[in-house]
Design a binder for this molecule. Sequence first.
Ligand code: 1CP
Length: 362
Amino acid sequence: MAAEFPVLKNDLLLRAARGEETERAPVWVMRQAGRYLPEFREVRAQHGFFEVCRTPELATEVTLQPIRRYSGLLDAAIIFSDILVVPQAMGMDVEMNPGPFFPRPLDTPADIAKLRATVNVDAELGYVFEAITMTRQRLAGEVPLIGFCGAPWTLFSYMVEGGGSRTYQKAKSWLFKYPEESKALLTRIADVCVDFLVGQVKAGAQFLQVFDSWAGELTPHHFREFALPSLTHIATSVRSKLQAQGIQVVPMTLFPKGTNTQLAHIAEHAGYDVIGIDWCIEPSEARGLVGDSVALQGNMDPNVLYGGREAIEREVKRMCESFKGRKGPKGWIANLGHGITPGVDPEDLRWFFECVHKYSAR
Ligand code: 1CP
């Protein structure tokens, strides 16, 4: 079983994830350890992207950078890594220059044979587990630590496209041309995700997030046919495996970006405690769709952070009013509607945190 860790002093995130009413909304931002921070760019000037991921000391340092800078304002740390470590663990080469690049993507189902038949996550991804344990120690209980993985459909699209894409033409042609092989591959990715997430909890992660960044590229019909089953499989299997091993189950968040018309269905069928929403839906409308069945996370447009302090304050206030309704914050984790981008002034992000503290308070 996992090591002993310092007692958690701030459990706001965990209480909100359980759907409880909180004194204010907990807040963190996706990609909070990243290029907008000069201290992160300094580390990256000396070390390659995957070198940082694979060196627990460096991954820990980078994870802690925003916690140190925004001490008392941030309510969670997220382990520094990338969703693409799972395709690597499955046997694919992935480079980061500067975006993800796969020299040998999966062109046809015949290429599936090139993947490892079974993936031992301790052997392939043990460096993430080590980084999590080290970070959890160094956090000294200040805030909870989030572990994560990419969702099967989002990872499938990178593995088939060979990188980012505008049209998802290759990944989608797989779904239409080879539906059964696509489903088999999605399940195979999901099985690795399950072991990876369970390993992260064993190593010390206190909250998990599954990033389905490209969920909204699918029609609702195909999202339900191809993406949702593997998402449900992950939620169900992670919980049952943790229980079987006598390890405390942690809250699970799904970020199915771009699927706002399907929120009610996802809340009911995917099996997650928290659903992350993007900025293309008003929070009160999202709450109306999901009822009280899940907590919500989000959802300010990251580009507001380029609009200056007045705009940030105005938009945070509006977001808070919409999430809170007439009462205080209940089951709401404040965040952006997608990752923070490299050009943001870190002091403007500080202002975002301060405004969330002020306007989300009961
Ligand atoms: O040079 C660099 O430092 C590269 C920038 C960078 C960073 C900081 C990449 C490349 N990945 C990361 C870290 C990262 N990626 C984290 C760290 C923890 C945090 O602070 O949040 C996380 C959670 C991710 C997850 C991730 N990687 C997602 C899902 C979230 C999202 O933003 O949609 C995706 C889609 C990726 C792929 C990826 N990795 C990196 C880039 C630039 C991209 C996206 C490229 C594309 O548009 O396809």
